[in-house]
Design a protein around this ligand. Sequence first.
Ligand code: PLP
Length: 501
Amino acid sequence: MKAEQTGTAAEATGRTPAAAGRGAEEAGTVLPGPSLLEDPEQMRRSGYRVVDAIVDRWANLADGPAWRGASRKVTEPLLHGPPPESGQPLEPILETVLQDVMPLAGRIDHPRFLAFIPSSPSWASVLASFLVNGFNVFQGTWLESSGPSQIEVTVTEWFREWLGYPPGAGGLFTSGGSAANLIALVAAREAAGNPPAGTVYVSEQTHASAVRAARIAGIDGTRVRHLPVDADFRIVPSGLREAVRRDREGGLAPFCVIANAGTTNTGAIDPLTEIAHVAKEEGLWYHIDAAYGGFAVLDPNTRPLLAGLELGDSVSLDPHKWFFQPYETGCLMVRDVTRLEAAFRMLPEYLQDADWGPEHVNFCDRGLQLTRSFRALRVWLAVQRYGLDAHRTEIARAIGLARRTEARIRAEAELELLSPQSLGVVCFRYVGRPAAAPRSLDELNREIQDRITRSGLAMLSSTRLGRRFSLRFCILNTRTTAADVDLALDAILRTGRELDA
Ligand SMILES: *Cc1c(COP(=O)(O)O)cnc(C)c1O
């Protein structure tokens, strides 16, 4: 059968006699060379090794450094090289990865990783990732992933309820908040009819991904307005209204405002309800970037601070931040999901079999990706395993720790609070004793941050608030305790005193 096909194909394509001869020679023989398939027992052994490595890492995380990194001078000789022509046994390569590659990185899930926005995925969510890769689910169409698509529908329904969105809202999982912001902005632009002078309004404190989204969407920098913020780093709604009016008079076409439910810098929550009023009056698409802060709605004590989240036309969420999922687990929710599909739906002829009717969501119709991974399983499995309750408790615990951190900073004469606790973020700096001020506080705090991070005790990051260099704690890891925060603050005081002596 195979021989016939080969022969026929050679004749039909009119290949040269030599080529046809080679085809015949190959017919019925097994091609030589290595296969990409592994022996099942070997698969189990190496799989167990990987599981052991992850479990060991988790068990010993607190004892190791919160950060390790190296310059290219170190990494290149260690790791760079040509691809080998032939394969090698798997175990030694895995050991190299475990010894030389993985350790040279921040331990984002370390209890004293307080930098940027940390993340600490739960075991069930990590297992889901492994499972999904092994099964290689294609989550673009219902035809190719009915069960998995149902889970994505179900989990986005959960999110819909948590946000307080009405029925008819829906969304999709994305690689993260950046992709969610981009998809939202394109949906907004399309809903507005893609006006050539389309103009977008963001906070001065907006995440850079919103500005990049505008650039990708063809909205140049002159049509991205950075709105001034108040003393608490929140958008001033009257400022938005004035900017929109002024731009309309100037011939521009305002179509979208992006507010924050938890800025990355300070955790600030914009006045979501007031901005909703302005957006409605002015006919703007209202996007809320809640990538970092959105899941705090699950904490009943914090929920009132996020009132108005349900008024957004769209909301970005990052389960890989405050819902304890591995990277890349992001999400975009849209109040009227038909507007999302209006912007992104395509039905090319090679996908004609995939149209099962509107109740069978083809997630490729809601965003950027056709080939998509099955990210929703991570959230689903983690919630099934630990319950919503445990997730809620962890969010509330992090907020409590941030509040406690603020209290201690206020109580320490040598520390100055630069922005109070909001969600899990606190900004402050070391100011030392009044008498001693031999160098600029910016320089001093940068040095403190650098020394502590290099020591491995804690991973710290910084920001600028106004013109001041600020240390910044972001607390959200499930492993972080009050003792960890105290260790980091003690180290800041100790290092500050040493440098300040
Ligand atoms: C992290 C973050 C983003 C970007 O999300 P990624 O998941 O890193 O792509 C956008 N907005 C806010 C407020 C964030 O905190």
